[in-house]
Design a protein around this ligand. Sequence first.
Ligand code: DHB
Ligand code: FE
Length: 324
Amino acid sequence: MTVKIYDTPEVQDFLKTVAGLDQAGGTERAKQIMHRLLSDLFKLIDDFDVTQEEYWSTVSLLNALGGQTQFGLLSPGLGFDHYLDMRQDAIDAEAKRNGGTPRTIEGPLYVAGAPEAEGFARMDDGQDRDGETMWLTGQVRDVNGNPVAGAKVEIWHANSKGGYSFFDKTQSEYNLRRTIHTDSEGRYTARSIIPSGYGVPEGAPTDQVLKALGRHGERPAHIHYFISAPGHCHLTTQINLAGDPYTFDDFAFATREELVIAATRIEDPAEIAKRELEGPFSEVVFDIELDKTEAPELQVRHKRPRAKEDAQDQASQLAGTAEV
Ligand code: DHB
Ligand code: FE
């Protein structure tokens, strides 16, 4: 027989004390959320008869996750990122913002401050010999089909080994990261390399959590986007390349039917010459539709700690050019 103490007055009073509900300082929201969180966890310990050993090995795992800054990696794996997207979709639907390309998770590997270009950019540094040449292009349009000129399209993706520059120190600075402003027809084009799928580091704390659930930590080959333009909703999304074994088995739950795109292999010498490439390549076409909005807060990405973003914010504020 297992003991049950959760519902006793001592435990209920104790939870209020721990959450600071009888103290004047702090913030009400922090207290309410901590009270609820601890209540749910205390109840769980009671219900599952959690042992001392289980509790302290969890503390140790949390330390390991934090020590290797892996909470950002585990978060999509445990579905938090997708859940926040589902909530945002519901908020948009309620506000009758129903148009536009679907959002999907940002992931933990964006780095602010990538080089900017007009219309076209080459994203790869030419060092990744295993990477097949990718011609990535598309048009940004509003919900009425009008091209959006001067839209800011930020793109980032992994190399042929599934690694991201900045986090993978073997790559050059800002490799496979660019910001492209659309041309007068709303078009952007990038020359890059086809990314490989990504997997969470083998044996790392994130991997340990997923393994305990009988799950893998693999993502299909994918390409991340931020798209913004004045008068339009900021869009955080990504495309998942068709045909990857993990396209519909993504540990981060980012795949959406409308965002699965096939790469087309092109070998016609005329098409190669037109793009000034050296040989056959794969073309990926991703057109983007942005919903309209007058609300300034919907026109920019949400705030979140991001690599290099703080330094950049400070620099642009000093220069008096901070984004709205
Ligand atoms: C993770 C990595 C990604 O590249 C991504 O897009 C989403 C999640 C991760 O490690 O959790
Ligand atoms: Fe990614």
